[in-house]
Design a protein around this ligand. Structure first.
Ligand code: NAD
Ligand code: WQD
Length: 336
């Protein structure tokens, strides 16, 4: 099986390439390197002993995309490429819609032209917005609260329309909760540009001495210790979920959303303490005001993925913080 991985040089994409290559899939990556480094793919080869083909191009470059699909004989596509910073999406919404929605339209058109209709799409738990209750099931209402989240929901809707127009498409909409961690080798991991937006890379950069203190956004939520609770999931578990989804697409399931989370939530302070234990470093923090748009608590009901994909997360919080620390301490400046 030959898989096209869009955005495969990025954080989740590179970890998924490792699992695909290790499982014997042939892999071609298309990435414009707008938020990643080609070094990640060299390290994927180092880990697996196999090399993904790499095409540096934007997904919206239709000529390149058409030529790729014409020449390479892909069997399915795993689609990660997109922009993902919530705050930035509020500042430059058109860029987000153009890249995320426009890139997906270009991809699906190119797939349709050559009759490839198996697609695994990176959606997000952000499509649920602020849920009325937890754990969150796939049939909960969707109500994203920012342009990034809406771009994911619009893409889900577009893919539903595509399926209604032609029910030979098979599409898995994978709604990730909070991906963290790194490959256990310490060779690939999350390498954010500038100041990290997300909790885990921020904690890691404080522990390694790149930043002085963490700001904890609010301790007055209705949670056990007042700080926000999230369903953190190890990126290797997440990557394996894509292989399970690809297997499932062969059984012609149509279009199905799946939550990929552990089903368990941890607070910000629990993550800080776990990281301190794993790293032996202290992570000083200040409690500051709530971050606009944040919700108190969010975790998945991963039951559907367990029942239909035969997928559950194996790795717990100890592995998440241990592997993040290994990556951060061995690569303090990321791939530079
Ligand atoms: P990432 O930024 O590390 O990876 C995305 C990759 O896509 C990057 O390598 C980037 O260079 C590439 N890219 C972006 N636009 C492109 C375009 N137009 N053409 C070609 N390549 C392009 O992000 P990630 O954390 O690996 O996330 C992967 C996917 O998962 C994204 O779609 C993201 O929205 C989604 N997701 C991420 C999270 C998370 O917290 N990391 C959570 C839920 C969903
Ligand atoms: C986690 C918790 C913060 C940073 C985001 C996107 C979501 C998805 C995953 C793509 C919250 C707190 C954070 C900091 C803090 N991405 N925090 N200090 O907000 O749950 O989800 O990433 O799809 O769409 O919204 O993740 O890691 O930013 O925050 O106290 O410096 O950590 O308030 O409670 P979030 P996060």
């Amino acid at each position: 099986m030959h898989i096209l991985v869009t955005g495969g040089a990025g954080y989740i994409g590179s970890h998924t390439c490792v699992e695909l290559l290790a499982a014997g899939y042939q892999v071609t990556v298309i990435d414009n390197l707008s938020n990643s480094k080609q070094a990640a793919l060299r390290r994927v080869s180092e880990i697996t002993g196999r090399e993904p083909d790499f095409v540096r191009a934007d997904l919206r470059d239709r000529m390149t995309l058409d030529a790729l699909f014409r020449d390479r004989g892909f069997d399915a596509v795993v689609h990660f490429a997109g922009r993902k910073a919530v705050g930035e999406s509020v500042q430059i919404p058109l860029e987000y819609y153009e890249n995320n929605v426009g890139g997906t339209l270009a991809l699906c058109k190119a797939m349709a032209k050559v009759g490839i209709r198996k697609l695994v799409f990176s959606s997000s738990a952000t499509v649920y917005g602020d849920p009325a209750s937890v754990p969150i099931r796939e049939d909960f209402p969707t109500c994203p609260t920012n342009p990034y989240g809406r771009s994911k929901l619009f893409i889900e809707e577009i893919l539903h329309d595509l399926y209604r127009s032609d029910d030979t498409w098979n599409i898995a909409l994978l709604r990730y909760f909070n991906p963290v961690g790194a490959h256990r080798s310490g060779r690939i991991g999350e390498d954010p540009n500038g100041v990290p937006n997300n909790l885990m890379p921020f904690i890691a950069q404080v522990a390694v001495g790149k930043r002085s203190r963490l700001r904890v956004f609010g301790d007055d939520y209705d949670t056990s210790d007042g700080t926000g609770v999230r369903d953190y999931i190890h990126v290797t578990d997440l990557a394996k979920g894509h292989l399970k989804a690809l297997e499932r697409l062969s059984a012609n399931p149509g279009i199905v959303p799946y939550n990929l989370g552990t089903g368990r939530g941890y607070s910000v302070l629990e993550m800080v303490r776990a990281f301190e234990r794993a790293s032996g470093r202290s992570v000083p923090f200040d409690i500051v005001g709530r971050r606009p748009g944040d919700i108190a608590i969010c975790y998945a009901d991963p039951g559907l993925a367990s029942a239909e994909l035969d997928w559950t997360a194996d790795l717990g919080i100890e592995e998440m913080v241990r592997d993040t620390w290994r990556w951060q301490s061995q690569n303090p400046d990321g791939y530079e």
